[in-house]
Design a protein around this ligand. Sequence first.
Ligand code: AMP
Length: 394
Amino acid sequence: MKKTIRDYSLYDKKVLMRVDFNVPIKNGEILDDNRILQSLKTIEYAVDKGAKVILFSHLGRVKTEEDKQKNTLKPIADRLSILLKKEVLFIPETRGSLLETSIQGMQKGDVLLVENTRFEDIDGKKESNNDQDLGAYWASLGDIYINDAFGTLHRCHASNVGIASHLPNGIGFLVEKELQVFEKVLQKPERPFTVILGGSKVSDKIELIKHLVTVADYLLIGGGMAYTFIKAQGFSIGKSLLDEEHLSFCREMLQQYKDKIILPVDTTNTKALSENPSYRICSIKETKSEEIGADIGPETATLFIEYINKSKTIIWNGPVGAFETKPFDKGTKALAEALTHNQGTTIIGGGDTASAIIGFGYQNKMSHVSTGGGAALCLLEGQELKGIGVIEEA
Ligand code: AMP
């Protein structure tokens, strides 16, 4: 068990807290504040205990000076201030005298947000490459380090692994909950245990498939990645997504686990993935050479829902269609709705699947919607998260 924020006396301490405020922003407007909302519990706890709370987060990728303007955390400071109902002091820099004197001037219960940690990436990727001096510098600004950024736990960055290596440390409530959910479900799933896998590429999910096929009872495969499996079955897939390099891997998986891997039986095809597309539904045996498989078909949805209905644990990673373009969200929506009726444990593994579920308005009807795509994927692959490795044992 890892140390948590509860293991420390926070009164009058400078608590450096890594949170995940990497939210979608367009023209300065926050489009989805779920990650900010999810981090409130730990921040409010520290404030209530009389800590001086110094928040670090990344936002997007920062490679040029222009990226800096797009990716400033200022709009997030404003939103956070509204949500916390208290002032959040925003420091528009990641190091230097303003940051240091502002921290020195903090009172108990104050909250300060440091500018986007990835501003440090402009100068030699210091944040993303876990530059030792940067981690040590940030650590010198505080007394205790708390990591509550589940979304970046699979990374070795200066703002997580770097700072943590220099200070007494622990995890926040959000990370604690995410770890507990995945640990419980992977170690002792109530069975039948079904995994729904989708998304675009087989190559991104090789380790995931290899691991999950050994622990789950059923693997329902949809989305762009299903077409490589369908081709491995010997059917034509037209211009659908194909991961040629992994065709033989798919063939081997199908031979070895033919009772566990459940593939689409029909497909929704189009000639172009554009606005208002024309489309037709057909058996997976009937795709024409000019067609793209954009979603599972209704028979597949019915088949997958039969497995969902008889399962006591379901984990879902990757949409089963190109859900951003209507009507190719139908398959993903039909499965999502079936999950809302399931009485067992339903876990959404972050990333695009979480965005789809939130878009459908179903997030409160799932047992857990993870805040981290890559980190959830890592746990599902059975790997240890780099940001957790450095956290002290309780
Ligand atoms: P991933 O990041 O690998 O989980 O992939 C998510 C993306 O896969 C989403 O943007 C979906 O639009 C896309 N996707 C899912 N199914 C398909 C499909 N049949 N054809 C093209 N893209 C798809």
